[in-house]
Ligand binder design. Sequence first.
Ligand SMILES: C[S@@+](CC[C@H](N)C(=O)[O-])C[C@H]1O[C@@H](n2cnc3c(N)ncnc32)[C@H](O)[C@@H]1O
Length: 280
Amino acid sequence: MTERHTWEDSISRLLQKALSHKETYTVPISGFSVSIHPNVYSPKYFPESKWYGQELEKLIEPGQDFLEVGVGSGIVAMHVARAGGRVKGVDINPDAVAITKKNFAQNGLCSEGRVVGGEPRDSSYSSASQSPSEVNAATAAISLDSKKGHQEEHLPAADIRVSDLYTALEPSSRFHYIFWNHPWQNSSAVVKELQTEKTLDEGYKALSRYMTQGRDYLHEGGNGAVLIGTSCYADLKSLNKLAEENGYRTEVQSQGGSLLEDGTEEVYYILRLVDLQEKP
Ligand SMILES: C[S@@+](CC[C@H](N)C(=O)[O-])C[C@H]1O[C@@H](n2cnc3c(N)ncnc32)[C@H](O)[C@@H]1O
């Protein structure tokens, strides 16, 4: 059996385990209490999410604006919020958005009842009554508080939205960093367990949109970048070609790895897209 086949076998078993949960379950990861909906990518079984979170926690400066695409359970975004980043998140899966909001709330990273884009807990709350700038200011406050290791009365809202990539963001939104632990597979020739929106992006079509539209959401001259969380089991050759076609070159921001439950090794990368279209 090739290394690739061994990995697909191992991942298929883990995906089946993740799917065998009938209800939301909660696990401790990196000092967070993380609830995971059975229909959401599970950091209990897939260790790269924690690794990306830990790497980004080191990279982000307090007060920097951070967008996570594809939040899943919110584990990556929570690391960034703990480091003081002003976090927004999107996911195409409504279950992921709901569970991420719950995780931000239960880890003291947002205020209950002021969550944007979803069901408020406080019945007097109306999302129309809160402008995007109020939301930003609130988000800034929590981020800085969490870096100092204490929480104040007025926690910010967690701005997590159901969205196909950037579509639900205000066009004026700007970030220092944008990150996506993207679905690594790009061909439906993979085993059927890997053929979901969490793990398969046929022809890397969504990844291409992520790259090309991402530059419009970066702060000008902000030293930030569009980042990609990927691995040795993604199609790195196609990914690099796509980056080139979209006017970037890739640089390895961080490299690391982890073992799956059965000892199968995975190597992870955070790639930085260096924009070749940017004026010097
Ligand atoms: C590999 S999972 C990563 C989840 C989480 N960030 C983590 O690391 O545990 C990829 C995520 O991207 C989301 N996704 C897939 N296509 C998307 C799209 N077009 N727009 C937004 N999110 C998308 C999936 O729903 C899934 O939550």
